[in-house]
Each structure stands twice: as structure tokens, then as C-alpha cells.
Design a protein around this ligand. Structure first.
Ligand code: DC
Length: 231
């Protein structure tokens, strides 16, 4: 069983994906973390995400080794053997990530990695939860359950602001709000795999409902698929 959860930044999809995965005994794959890690690889290798040459992209992707591990704290991501789970949560990486996410070769590689991961997880645990922007539309158009989560811009910026403040107390709400607006614009308007709703998706607006309700809505859809009677 593949559960695809898409939505913009701060829509609450990570928290929901994690909780749903826990209830089902699956792992949850944060695909945004994968794009963030590619962004870190660009920065560390001194490759500009604005206008990289075809050769630079080929070399970077050819040498880059990504590894995803799953434990009680969720997904850990390793770049060339080094755990970068914490390093990819800065504002700078966030900015670069939305730029590398428009590079066709990067998307192709990520989609391949995600499909490989799904195959392994379905075999090992019977299912997996993926969250991102193009999961239900491009990566797994035949996913068993597709969910699109959204919330007002203000609320999404507030959530991101609270997360970021733990790392960077100087960050202002206005900065986070304008970052979110710029990122939304790039995610929605990019030519390749833009953020959009899959046709057969369940829409959840998280502005007014709590986590428990969000999780129950997804689990109800899982039950309706008939594969899981124990949730
Ligand atoms: O969800 P996030 O903020 O960690 O995502 C980081 C960036 O990666 C964001 O700009 C959108 C992009 N992304 C994407 O293009 N496709 C995905 N499946 C997941 C994330």
C-alpha cells in the first residue's frame, strides 16, 4: 500500500504522514528532505543552483550518494555517508532546495530513488507513506490513497516560524511569510512536476482541524481501500 500526501510548505503534511505511518507500522518518507539534501550537495560542491551547466549537474549527481534510514525518530538522511538530517533545515538550504527542485535531472533521480524505496518498503512492511509535492501526480500516480493537505498562508508561515525560531531566534515572522510566498510561487508555477492536486485526491484543510482529525481522515481512506482492518 502506498499512501501519497502532497501539499505546500507548512500544511501539516509531515506531522500527519508521521502519525499515519506510526499507526500502520510503516515508515514515512519525507521527499522534501531529499531535495534539501541535493541542495546541500550543490552548496558544498560550490555548484550554483541558479544556472548549473549540464556537466556540473551530471558530475554532482553521479558522485552523490543518498541514503535514507528509518528509526524511532523518523527518517534520517545521509549525504555521502554523513548524517545531514539537521543540516538541511536552515533557511539557506530551504531557498536552494526550491531552485534545485526545478532541474529535470534532479527530479528524475529523486523519483527513481523514491520508487526504489517504495519497492523495498512494500516488500518489508507491506506499505509506506510518502509526503511531498508530486507524489500522487508523478511519482506514484497509482498510489492506493492520495491526500492533498493545505492551510491558509498565514497559518503555514506561523508553523514554519515556530519551527525555525528554535534554531534561529532572530528570524522574523515577516521573513518567513515572504519566504513561504516565494516558495509557493516557485512550487506551483514550475514547468516540471508543479504542486497540484491529483484527480482522485482527498483534500484536507488543516486550518481548522487538529492532528487527530487529520490522521483519522487518512486512516478512514486506508480502511476504505480494504487492505487494513486493524486501524
Ligand atoms: O517540503 P520541504 O519544504 O522540505 O521541501 C523542500 C523543497 O523541495 C521545496 O521547495 C519543494 C521541493 N519538493 C519538490 O519539489 N518535490 C517534492 N516531492 C518534495 C519537495
Amino acid at each position: 500500500m502506498i499512501i501519497a500526501i502532497d501539499g505546500p510548505a507548512g500544511s501539516g503534511k509531515s506531522t500527519t504522514a508521521r502519525a499515519v505511518a506510526e499507526r500502520l507500522g510503516y515508515v514515512y518518507v519525507d521527499t522534501g528532505a531529499m531535495y534539501r539534501t541535493v541542495a546541500l550537495a550543490f552548496t558544498r560542491n560550490g555548484v550554483s543552483a541558479e544556472s548549473p551547466s549540464a556537466g556540473e549537474i551530471r558530475e554532482l549527481l553521479g558522485n552523490m550518494h543518498l541514503d535514507m534510514r528509518f528509526g524511532p525518530d523518523g527518517m534520517q538522511i545521509l549525504l555521502d555517508g554523513q548524517d545531514v538530517t539537521g543540516d538541511i533545515r536552515t533557511r539557506e538550504v530551504t531557498e536552494v532546495a526550491s531552485r534545485v527542485a526545478v532541474i529535470p535531472e534532479v527530479r528524475e533521480r529523486m523519483v527513481q530513488e523514491q520508487r526504489d524505496l517504495a519497492r523495498i518498503q512494500e516488500k518489508e512492511r507491506g506499505g509506506v507513506v510518502f509526503e511531498g509535492r508530486d507524489i500522487g501526480t508523478i511519482v506514484f500516480p497509482d498510489a492506493d490513497v492520495k491526500v492533498f493537505m493545505d492551510a491558509s498562508e498565514e497559518m503555514r508561515a506561523r508553523r514554519r516560524y515556530e519551527e525555525l525560531q528554535e534554531k534561529d531566534p532572530d528570524v522574523s515572522f515577516e521573513d518567513v511569510l515572504s519566504d513561504i510566498r516565494a516558495r509557493d510561487e516557485r512550487d506551483v508555477s514550475r514547468r516540471l512536476s508543479p504542486l497540484r492536486r491529483a484527480e482522485d485526491t482527498i483534500e484536507i484543510d488543516t486550518s481548522d482541524i487538529d492532528l487527530h482529525e487529520q490522521v483519522e481522515m487518512v486512516l478512514r481512506a486506508v480502511r476504505e481501500r480494504g487492505n487494513c482492518t486493524s486501524v
